[in-house]
Design a binder for this molecule. Structure first.
Ligand code: HEC
Ligand code: HEC
Ligand code: HEC
Ligand code: HEC
Ligand code: HEC
Length: 321
């Protein structure tokens, strides 16, 4: 990125650079000021987080590009993968964007409406007009996410509709509560040691299925007796059905019964895929094989993407009650 190189050359820290920038951002028709990189010249930390997210890669994503190449009308795929300002069409599919498509879902896509920059606090700055907007609160941000995550299209499933139908919004759950981790960083333009001036915000590095630990939180496991049958209960810990992308992703769950000495006695398995998703508030029951001397169950959950094993996201031993 050219602006990173430029900042490194003058060798200053992020906070001082931001304050030192004397070229206020203006939304113009010139392509340069409509890019994430231009926001990133002041919002250095947020930009770095975002750059590491699936949103930043949404257009250049090789899986997306491969599908685009096979489409008779590829422009139909652009609105959510390289959108214009979502706030201007909240709750509806955004318009496709003309410039900087390689930046995918960039800052302007979520933060700009008309010529103003909307955010959670409305902090005043000479850099741009800032508007405090409920669309950036824990609950209000649902509308922002829903604009793109509410439709069944190609392999994409309407996760936000599943979340809403399960009544999770009423239970105070939120998309950003799970997917954007709480973080503390200096506001843009603070001239002092960033550590002493941090403010609570949320990381733009989205947590997603690529993070094994986060992914494991989709499955809440326990063993119970049902009559004289031991069952492994797999409850959904995500805010929607799992997995999200039909055909592309699946989970293979393997359960092995072991005795006190750790000897394997019996096993069984379950595939959670687009044919048999774990629904938003579902508890799936997997009857375990009979094995009288079993004292515990080792559960492994493997994450598969396009026929390739990505990771083992769970490797856990559960005591049999
Ligand atoms: C209504 C908005 C919308 C439109 C239009 C749209 N997508 Fe997407 N797309 C999404 C969302 C949201 C995701 C992320 C879904 C998820 O992970 O559950 C996604 C993810 C994908 C992925 C997965 C990328 C990966 O590597 O994980 C592919 C492939 C894809 N879309 C292809 C397409 C194609 C092809 C079209 C045009 C036919 C299209 N999309 C149009 C919203 C959209
Ligand atoms: C998918 C939508 C989305 C995109 C893309 C996005 N943001 Fe945000 N941004 C949010 C949400 C939601 C919040 C509110 C999070 C919170 O509670 O702090 C936020 C908060 C912020 C804040 C203020 C609070 C804080 O955390 O310090 C700044 C500054 C910000 N974003 C800048 C940016 C910049 C710069 C980019 C591009 C590099 C960007 N955002 C891209 C959704 C987005
Ligand atoms: C010249 C520096 C500069 C540029 C360029 C810039 N900003 Fe800012 N921005 C600031 C400062 C300073 C603040 C106030 C401190 C803070 O909130 O980080 C701010 C605040 C924000 C906020 C927080 C608003 C709130 O609710 O408090 C958001 C969101 C934001 N900017 C987004 C953007 C986006 C998107 C772009 C690019 C289109 C951008 N900024 C370009 C300096 C800049
Ligand atoms: C403009 C459309 C759009 C908006 C608005 C949007 N998303 Fe996305 N989101 C996408 C697309 C497209 C992808 C797929 C990117 C890819 O993998 O190619 C995606 C991917 C994701 C992923 C998967 C991350 C991963 O690592 O695979 C998560 C989680 C996510 N979005 C959460 C959110 C949340 C939370 C919000 C609201 C703050 C939001 N999105 C707003 C379009 C959008
Ligand atoms: C209780 C926490 C929680 C809430 C609330 C939540 N999610 Fe998720 N989400 C997860 C977990 C865990 C995963 C990983 C599971 C998986 O791999 O399918 C995930 C996966 C995803 C993915 C990737 C799906 C795929 O197959 O590529 C997207 C996109 C996503 N969530 C969007 C959203 C949106 C939009 C909302 C709000 C409507 C939301 N999530 C609410 C926990 C949550």
């Amino acid at each position: 990125m050219y602006w990173q190189a430029a900042l490194l050359m003058i060798g200053c820290t992020s906070a001082i650079c931001a304050a030192g920038s004397n070229a206020p951002y203006q939304r113009g028709d010139d392509a340069a000021s409509n890019s994430a990189a231009s926001c990133g010249s002041c919002h250095i930390d947020v930009h770095a987080e975002w750059q590491d997210s699936a949103h930043a890669r949404a257009f250049v994503d090789p899986v997306f590009q491969a599908q685009l190449a096979t489409r008779a009308e590829p422009e139909h795929c652009v609105p959510c993968h390289a959108p214009g300002p979502v706030l201007e069409r909240l709750g509806q599919m955004p318009h496709a964007r003309k410039d900087h498509r390689e930046e995918g879902i960039h800052c302007i896509a979520c933060h700009q409406s008309d010529t103003d920059i909307h955010g959670p606090n409305g902090s005043a700055t000479s850099a741009h007009t800032t508007v405090k907007d409920a669309a950036f609160t824990r609950r209000g941000s649902f509308g922002l996410c829903r604009s793109c995550h509410d439709m069944k299209i190609a392999d994409v499933l309407p996760l936000s509709r599943e979340f809403e139908k399960a009544g999770l919004l009423e239970q105070d759950a939120s998309c950003i509560g799970c997917h954007m981790e709480t973080t503390y960083r200096a506001p843009a333009g603070i001239r002092v040691d960033p550590a002493s001036q941090t403010r609570r915000g949320r990381s733009h590095r989205l947590l997603g299925p690529g993070d094994a630990e986060f992914c494991s939180s989709a499955f809440l496991l326990r063993v119970e007796w049902r009559g004289n049958q031991r069952v492994l209960i797999i409850a959904n810990g995500a805010g929607h059905g799992v997995p999200g992308l039909a055909r592309l992703r699946s989970f293979l769950l393997l359960a092995t019964l072991v005795d006190r000495a750790g000897r394997k006695l019996a096993d069984c398995s379950l595939t959670i895929s687009s044919d048999d998703r774990l629904l938003a508030t579902e508890e799936r029951h997997l009857p375990l094989p009979m094995a009288n001397s079993a004292v515990s169950v080792i559960v492994r959950v493997e994450h598969w993407f396009l026929g390739k094993k990505l990771a083992t996201v769970i490797d856990q031993t559960l005591e049999i009650p």
